[in-house]
Design a protein around this ligand. Sequence first.
Ligand code: ADP
Ligand code: ADP
Ligand code: MG
Length: 664
Amino acid sequence: MFKKILIANRGEIACRVAATARRMAIRTVAVYSDADAHANHVHACDESVHLGGSAPKDSYLRWEKILEAAKATGAQAVHPGYGFLSENEDFARACAEAGLVFIGPPPSAIQAMGLKAESKQLMEKAGVPLVPGYHGKDQDPELLAREAGRIGYPVLIKASAGGGGKGMRVVEKAADFAAALASCQREAINSFGDDAVLVEKYVQRPRHIEIQVFGDTQGHYVYLFERDCSVQRRHQKVLEEAPAPGMTEAMRREMGEAAVAAARAVKYVGAGTVEFIVEQRGDGTMNFFFMEMNTRLQVEHPVTEAITGLDLVEWQLRVASGEPLPLKQEQLQINGHAIEARICAENPDNNFLPATGTLRVYRKPQATAFQRSRVRIDDGVREGDTISPFYDSMIAKLIVHGSTREEALARLDAALAQTHIVGVATNVQFLRGVLRTDSFAHANLDTALIERERAVLFDREPLGLPLAAASAVVRVLVAERAAAPADPFARRDGWRGFGEYQRRFDFEFRGEERQALLRYKRDGSLWLQVGGVEGPLAFGPLPAGQVELQFDGLRRTLDVYEEGATTHVFAPEGASRIVALDRLAHAGDAHAEGGRLTAPMPGKVVSFAVKAGDKVSRGQALAVMEAMKMEHTIAAPADGTVEELLYLPGDQVAEGAELLRIAA
Ligand code: ADP
Ligand code: ADP
Ligand code: MG
């Protein structure tokens, strides 16, 4: 076994790998960028080496520098994590040339699976079922259009070199094919430096089911069952679970064996995932087709660990050091059910726009003694850390395990309720919403689930105005009481001694101005009227960060966090934020004022859809920006004429930077 390894990654996955290494008494070397100088993964390792600037190309992608760091620290092997260099065959080869073990498959296997079109040709030979499609070399647009017709619409055009859900276009009819092809090729060349595409049948309401495989250097293979990753947004995974609901023993074996055949065909070594697209047929049966193989440890590997009781990073390390696979196929077993939720810094109600900011509050679910093995949190951040625009938007992964799916689901909902994040927009409440949809609860899974459940998922405030406002009012009263001297006649909180006194609070809630009316009654009690509810309001002694109140017939203890005028309220049923309005200050719309159009987040300008002099109408797409693995379209706030473009495609811009000018 290795004595020391270098972890060529950051964030939760670097921390995850370091944890297993520590348990196995293997020393670890971290690498880091400027932005990560104080990051958790640096502390999680025994030593660390600075790589350079914050952008990945100046740090985590600089492989010469990483190899130097390994040499200088005496590391014997490099774990690439996922993303960055993990699927770069040149890096894997360079490791070998430098006398280092690359903890992953041989470069030839990475290469064989690197391009979707080539890998499909290989899989066809190995007898692995494929989605009907065209994956040849000839890229003549007319040939591709003919092939699309042969396959039958709708079809999916995919960038062969694509990944991360990018470079895909669904085409509904022949008339749209040429334009979709051109736009797909443009995105492919920009994002992956290669415009080759493949065309395949677009499976309707498919499921994404993938198989975890493992191979060793002696040519043994096993499959560690499946994960269902059907719940996606923008072709990216949101929730993952194992086992896949409705999976039969026969189909599991069939898919497992197909995945092993795929791995064997490229002499795979280590951890890999074979992704299948699954067509659900009217009679309840399922057809599965090979989609791609990811030649690395996957983000969602913990659900497999939870149901098998194994540590996949330990397996990776053992296999990479030349040991045989620790277990044979017949020794592997599924135990219970596991679900993972990806907690991301993003704004679900705004098309999942990535968010940046400081984690002012970051409270994780309690891991009580009996739950310890059942709620797992994989993260790479601490309270106070910044979510920067340089890397992807995942803050943490919450993984739960239960004896049944229902139990796991309930546990995940409870764990999400205990996840309190303030300072950065997140998808935590959205995830809870997804768990509660009929589709998810009844395991009616497919990649269109989020779209189908739109009506109950977006623009929702799970905690209503009355409770949010009552919490904010209590917060004010408590602060006033703390500041007021004991003499009741000197108190400023409205106490008068005789007569009733009434006080108005103005709030902003879900983008609307709302009022609460508080009455101080003669007997000293309080009466609150807000959002169509009224009744006595009482509040109790308060531990820091909490509010205990009685209102609307309920006595509740709520977690509250203050951020300037905003009160963030967390309750078991959901969380909301409410802003106390200061009538004097009034914030306008920051992104579109007086003909200026500014970047809603820091990122890269991908393209402009307009040029100076163009007439544009409200809502028209003007520019595309990319940040944190996602593309965002910037639309015109009003009709007008484009005066000037202020950046070029490829430019990095700060949040709030003016992108273009429009005259009314
Ligand atoms: P999974 O491992 O579940 O397939 P993703 O497809 O989201 O998860 O990719 C895993 C990681 O790989 C991401 O977090 C990201 O760091 C990296 N990654 C994958 N594809 C890309 C891409 N096209 N551009 C940049 N990073 C990518
Ligand atoms: P990536 O490399 O970006 O992960 P994949 O080929 O794995 O690309 O596809 C990503 C997602 O796109 C899948 O999980 C699925 O939701 C959807 N998808 C891919 N191929 C098809 C298809 N033929 N029909 C329908 N949906 C598909
Ligand atoms: Mg994929």
